[in-house]
Design a binder for this molecule. Structure first.
Ligand code: ADP
Length: 360
């Protein structure tokens, strides 16, 4: 039998599509380092994110395609990841060149668990192997210092830029590290602009796959200005299933549409309460509403996070549940959400933006 060639292998893989990007693995540059030893084929697949939600499907499709090539007797896949830039790269867009994707986390109103979701999203992406930062830009109520257990102030080596703090494998910066907790701040336009620009540009973030940015709640001037200043890969909206919180999410979606920030999806937080004694599930904040609102707005549901004691305690003691109990049900809910977020960002990064013609 004739010797297998790399060309035959690549030809077979050029018929395997990435299930979300709908393009073949070879033209997406995901197939690397093909080695052939007799009938054995070894190769590396570089996913577009280490948190790829469809890795299992890709693995099955690659194995099937290669085993169908005459002469192939064994397939060995090594996994890598090359996270793509999700930000718009137009002028002025990327003032933090080492950061590939800024992911905003917003909510229509306060207290729905936006910061909890932002922190656990960052921790979950980290667990999957990504390099991740967390920027707390909740100017009115920064809760990330407590939720990460970080105290003290960031330092500067060169007198110009700040070193981020670190916790749980994340680079962390919070407006709360820089402003005294009891110092009432009235954030006006120019001041806000310079504060957020500094937090993004004058912090040594280094190379990050994802910078998760916790926005202030609501649809007022502050989140609007922030969303305009930061050229983000997209925004994750957090809501409880209640109608009142959802109505606010609808407003938030309209706001992000206006400033051209893609809405990646919606996360339903406090979706139901599972009794730690009898394990009975109770939908304290109603049920199904987030799903319905998501469908009505044409945005996917990225996850449903239970109302849970361990989640609240993790936030209070500075060790998020995703870090402390990574295999728990609660952490699994966050990890599944993170994989969906990462998948949506990859899709977003590959989508060709077509001009929108307003015929109305
Ligand atoms: P926001 O950022 O929207 O104001 P936080 O993330 O600060 O909300 O959450 C408000 C409070 O609710 C915190 O005490 C937090 O620990 C708690 N919390 C948030 N999500 C959950 C949850 N899924 N289960 C239990 N407690 C939660």
């Amino acid at each position: 039998m004739s010797q297998l060639t790399e060309r035959e292998i690549l030809a077979a893989l050029s018929k395997v599509n990435d299930p979300e990007l709908h393009r073949d693995l070879v033209s997406l540059n995901m197939v690397q380092n093909v080695r052939i030893e007799g009938g054995g084929v070894k190769l590396r697949i570089d996913l577009t994110t280490p948190a790829c939600p469809l890795k299992g499907k890709i693995q099955g499709d690659v194995e099937n395609a290669l085993r169908a090539v005459p002469g192939v007797t064994a397939v060995e896949i090594e996994w890598g990841a090359q996270v793509r830039h999700g930000q718009k790269q137009e002028k002025g867009g990327n003032f933090i060149p080492g950061v590939k994707n800024v992911v905003l986390v917003g909510a229509g109103k306060g207290g729905v668990g936006k910061s909890t979701v932002a922190l656990n999203l960052a921790a979950a992406l980290r667990l999957e192997g990504a390099t991740v930062g967390l920027l707390d830009a909740d100017f009115y109520g920064p809760s990330v210092p407590i939720m990460t257990g970080i105290s003290g102030k960031p330092t500067s080596v060169d007198g110009r830029t700040l070193e981020p703090m670190e916790a749980h494998g994340l680079k962390v910066m919070s407006i709360g590290f820089l402003v005294e907790p009891d110092q009432a701040m009235v954030w006006r336009g120019p001041m806000l602009h310079s504060a957020i620009t500094q937090l993004l540009r004058d912090v040594n973030w280094g190379n990050l796959d994802y910078l998760v940015l916790d926005l202030p709640p609501g649809t007022g001037d502050v989140p609007l200005s922030l969303a305009q200043i930061v050229k983000a890969a997209g925004v994750v909206l957090v809501s409880t299933p209640q109608d009142v919180a959802l109505a606010d999410v609808v407003k938030a979606k309209a706001m992000f549409d206006r400033v051209d920030v893609p809405v990646l999806g919606i996360v339903e937080n406090m979706s139901d309460f599972v009794c730690p004694h009898c394990e009975k599930s109770t939908p304290i904040f109603s049920t199904g509403g987030t799903h319905r609102a998501g469908e009505a707005m044409g945005i996917p549901l990225l996850g449903a996070i239970p109302l849970d004691l361990a989640i609240r305690m993790g936030g209070d003691k500075g060790t998020p549940v995703t870090v402390e109990y990574p295999d728990s049900k609660q952490a699994q809910a966050f990890r599944e959400m993170a994989r969906k977020v990462a998948g949506r960002i990859s899709v977003q990064a590959h989508q060709v933006k077509l001009p929108v013609f307003n015929l109305g």
